[in-house]
Write a protein that binds this ligand. Sequence first.
Ligand code: EPZ
Length: 417
Amino acid sequence: MAKIYIEGGRRLEGEIRVHGAKNSALPVLAATLLCRGVSVIHNCPPLLDVGASIRILEHLGCICQREGSTVIVDSTALTGMDIPDTLMREMRSSIVFLGAIAARCGQARLSFPGGCELGPRPIDLHLAALRQLGLTIEEDHGLLDCRVEGRLRGTSIHLSIPSVGATENILLAASTARGRTVIHNAAREPEISDLADFLNRAGACIRGAGSDVIEIDGVYDLHGAEHTVIPDRIIAATYMAAAAATGGDLLLRDVEVSHLTAVLDSFRTAGCRIEPGLHTLRITAPRRPHSVGTVRTMAYPGFPTDAQPPMLAMSTLADGPSVFVENIFENRFKYVDELARMGARVKVEGRVAVVEGVPALSGATVSATDLRGGAALVVAGLAASGVTEIDELRHIDRGYADLEESLRQVGANIKRE
Ligand code: EPZ
């Protein structure tokens, strides 16, 4: 099993390019199913989850090609409407394909996505909304058997939680439904706006994406379109945490600064100087970060839950205590036990973690517990004195492409063996 080895304590300095957003590429690839023709998606990061999405598209009959970070999908003729259990288990966010498959094929069959390391990942909001759009969904022994006579029908949907995935599923299902759909309390994440941009380029008629009320006027069908995926704001936040943890000075390229406002506030509180440019951002950190105060994860534009682990890892070195309140997921502090092996002093009580800053961490042998928890261990390892060894890298590879290479370019002593 491959491991990452980091000889920490080196100040990061230099430039890093931020790749395309995983959480935008996945729904946009699902959306290509709706387009009768060829779609070209640029800035798709070479991640395990992108690979899984392409395998699902190919299983359904799409012809896919990868040219660097561009994925070309020809979904003119589909031959299937099911996602096999193996592929569902490989990536639980495959549930976002449900709306697209049902809208295009009139039926869909997939297994219930399992929970994940963050705790149960319910899909009740997805299913309730799709049923409101006219999809019949039978749940039988973990299998979702879905069908609709004719086309889905537009309607008004109120989400009790501004769920990112549920909002995406509704956008995908409603784009070619009959009539108007209005989503109230929609998720406002930049990835939602990016998906709506792609769909509108493909001929959809969506207004209000990025706000909490989105209107979709169904069209008869969609054609292929070309699109460039937005930069990954969580990758940017992770590299910023690495800079802040090592007293570093990084210039991030291909970032969308407007997607990072909540995160930037926390880094400024930690004593970092932030210099935003046009699609760039420079972060200059003090030798030792200050406390970030209290960070509460919220739906966008609040502090993103995915940035909580890297930010907490950085704050374990702060010259004062910090508090993190995880309001989105039940079990998003599992990685803290691994940080403790490196000398971090964090007390977790339910959804609250109290971090007592320590002057230094020491390298240790640790295991990635989940995607962003694994990133937190990399951030801590870059700052720790001595060697940190990280295994269970499949978690990290789901969301971070060329991580070691990027960090080596800015002075980190990091390798994978
Ligand atoms: C997306 O997950 C992201 N994944 C997550 O990123 C991210 O943490 C999350 O949004 C929040 O921003 C992708 O985009 C592939 P939600 P999603 O539906 O859509 C509850 C990463 O690290 N809920 O907004 O699953 C749910 O349990 C991943 O890249 C229901 O109760 O998140 C959670 O508590 C991790 N019922 C809250 O809503 C539902 O039907 C927000 O979940 C759906 C969600």
